[in-house]
Ligand binder design. Structure first.
Ligand SMILES: Cc1cc2nc3c(=O)[nH]c(=O)nc-3n(C[C@H](O)[C@H](O)[C@H](O)COP(=O)(O)O)c2cc1C
Length: 202
């Protein structure tokens, strides 16, 4: 995908599409540093992230924010959960897993929290909506000048971690969104050719 201007777009849309959406990429968490968004900025990013299509306005998601010391404190849960599942792991790996949330100044768990809906909104649609929140949060953070990456890794599926975060049995982690400062733009990666993905139904 190149970033040639599209002639049929207004200058404003060209800015959004050509300089942002057409070239958008995730930022690698290992290249992130401080600062991350302030509490006030983060609140704004979460407000923007929450502007998603949501069938029957069920709001089937919630956020758990890790900033500052809470990232280190949560490391003890990560260490114990990782060790439980990986008894003979080398010590450098254990340290890496313990310090997972310290890789970026801000980590947000987006919890998929489907609601019982008397009108029968499918759970699948509610889960999709929580994924939209994850992506919207990445977009908002990047538009605000931060780097963002959506990760799940083992901790999104570990019962001990879910319990330590207070995630209910009916809920799940849609993603951990890591947000921080990045200095270099990410390199492009291969993208699908949409011609291979579409049919024109006749
Ligand atoms: C639901 C979900 C979970 C993901 N989990 C991981 C992960 O655990 N580890 C990882 O390296 N990338 C993971 N990714 C991929 C990255 O977020 C990202 O898609 C990848 O770095 C390239 O993204 P880009 O196309 O936005 O540049 C996940 C993506 C999604 C949508």
């Amino acid at each position: 995908m190149d970033n040639t201007k599209l002639e049929f777009l207004s200058p404003r849309l060209n800015e959004v599409i050509t300089n942002f959406l057409k070239t958008r990429r995730s930022n690698l968490v290992r290249l992130m540093s401080s600062p991350g968004p302030s509490k006030q900025e983060l609140r704004e990013l979460l407000n923007i992230a929450s502007r998603v299509p949501d069938h029957r306005k069920l709001t089937p998601w919630r956020f758990i924010v890790f900033q500052g010391e809470s990232r280190r404190k949560f490391g003890e849960h990560l260490r114990q959960a990782y060790l439980k599942a990986n008894k003979n792991s080398p010590s450098d790996r254990i340290i890496f897993e313990t310090e997972k949330f310290l890789r970026a100044p801000t980590v947000i768990a987006v919890v998929s929290s489907p609601k019982k809906c008397p009108r029968g909104t499918p759970e699948r649609e509610q889960i999709i909506t929580s994924g939209l929140v994850c992506y919207n949060l990445c977009l908002a953070a990047q538009a605000a000048g931060y780097g963002a990456q959506w990760l799940t890794e083992w901790c999104a599926y570990d019962v001990n971690i879910l319990s330590a975060m207070g995630v209910e049995a009916s809920e799940a982690i849609s993603g951990f969104i890591y947000i921080g400062t990045v200095n270099d733009p990410p390199q492009e990666r291969p993208r699908p050719n949409v011609d291979d993905l579409l049919i024109n139904w006749t």
